[in-house]
Structure formats: structure tokens, C-alpha cells
Write a protein that binds this ligand. Sequence first.
Ligand code: B12
Length: 195
Amino acid sequence: MPDGSAPATLLLVGNAGPDLWRVFTTSPEFDDGHSDALDRWSQRVLTSIAEAIGAAAYFPFGGPPHLPFQQWAKRSEPLHPSPLGLLIHPRFGLWHAYRGALALGHAVDLPPCPPLPSPCESCRGRPCLTACPVGAFTGAGYDVGRCRAYARGPEGEGCRSGGCRARLACPFGQDAAYGSEQMAFHMRAFLEAAQ
Ligand code: B12
């Protein structure tokens, strides 16, 4: 909390599936030509909600140091780490992410979070680990440099326009997969992030 005290309740705000894209693409940030459009949109929208409800807003971007959004997420829903490092959701698979968190000074009665097994436990063949054209995901880690070098090159057109093939190969939550425009947007942001 702004006064340094620990929040009594932390509300994680995220997106699952393609719905966010329909709203975000109508926002001023989407095509104002400046970078980090989604982060700026998230900051504006969530900061105004935080002010309206007397909460403090926190964001997954702007680090390092980074706030542990995946650890918080694992406390909010039955999520598990996938071989790609992304958390896998029982309904949305790998197609979910976080826009921010709202910290409240008072406790809110939250529904229980029953444990569920990871979808990866019943996955045959783990296609996520063989789909990458340059084998950037090995289960032991993610070779970000190899991924970026390939995705930036002439052969990486498929990754840039269609999104990460390792993520796309996951058989779970495919009905929640982002559309190609959104995938290309996130890939562009991911590739521009390290320039
Ligand atoms: C640094 C970072 C990266 C780095 C390094 C990843 C890493 N080693 O953590 C890079 C640039 C590789 C990366 C890539 C991507 N990332 Co990223 N990343 C982050 C960021 C900003 C900080 C992670 C961190 O250090 N946290 C601090 C520590 C203390 O918190 P933590 O919970 O313990 O950290 C966890 C992660 O580090 C994770 N982890 C470890 N290795 C990897 C590898 C990958 C690829 C990921 C995603 C996570 C991950 O393990 C830790 C324990 O759970 C987080 C946001 C956040 N604030 O956490 C997003 C985050 C983890 N990323 C996210 C996403 C979606 C991606 C991309 C898919 C973006 C895209 N292209 O669309 C790509 C994945 C690659 C791909 N080919 O598609 C999401 C994950 C959502 C989910 N379902 O789990 C987050 C939470 C951001 C968000 N707004 O939701 N990312």
C-alpha cells in the first residue's frame, strides 16, 4: 500500500482469450504511435479504477525489479508453470496474462481456490517443446536470445505474424487463443523490448 503497509486483499486483473483485444484496439493508446501502448492503456484504466475504489495499483511492467505476478497468480487460481515458463490455466491454457493488480487496505471475502491438477500432467508428447523452429524451449529453460535472433530474421516471419509456435502447439485452451493480430502485436512488443 502507498503507506508501506501490506495490502489486506490483492485483486489481480488479467485478460484471458481474445476479448481484451476488441476493447484495447478502440483505445487512444492503441494507435497513437507511441511505444508500450498496452502497458500505457493498462496503467490509465487501472489507475482510474484504483482511485475510484481507494486502492493502490501495481503493474507487471516497469521493472526490474519485477513484482512477482506469476507467484501472486498461483495464489489466486489453480495455475501451474508450463514447460514454457508461462503459467497454464485449467480453462484458458496458455492464453491468459496480467494487466495489473489492485491492492485494498481491507479484507474482501474471496471464493476458495480449490486445487486442480496441471493440464501438463495429462499431456501426451508435450508438443510445446518440439514446435519451436529453433528449439528455444527445452524444458530446462528458454533460450531467449536464440528465439529473438530467429524471430527477427527473414525465416522468423511466421513467428512475427502468427505468434509463438510453441505456445500455439499447446492442446489446452485452444478456443481461447488470441487472434493473429493480437499475437503479432505481442510478438512485436517482445522483439522490440530488447532492442
Ligand atoms: C522478465 C519477463 C520475461 C522475460 C524473461 C522471462 C523470465 N525468465 O521470467 C522474457 C522476455 C523472456 C519474457 C517473455 C515472455 N513473457 Co514475460 N515476463 C517477464 C516479467 C516482466 C518479469 C518476470 C520476473 O522476473 N518476475 C519477478 C519474479 C520474482 O516473479 P516470479 O513470479 O517468481 O517470476 C516467474 C517468472 O520469472 C517465471 N519464468 C521463469 N522463466 C520464464 C520464462 C518465460 C517465457 C516466462 C513467461 C516466465 C518465466 O518463473 C518465475 C516463477 O514463477 C513478467 C511480469 C512480472 N512482473 O512477473 C512477465 C510475464 C511472466 N511474461 C508473460 C508473457 C505472456 C510473456 C510472453 C508470452 C510475451 C509474448 N510474447 O506475448 C513471452 C514468452 C515467450 C514467447 N516466445 O512467447 C506473462 C505470463 C502470463 C502467464 N500466463 O504466465 C507475464 C506474467 C506478464 C503479464 N503481463 O502477464 N518475459
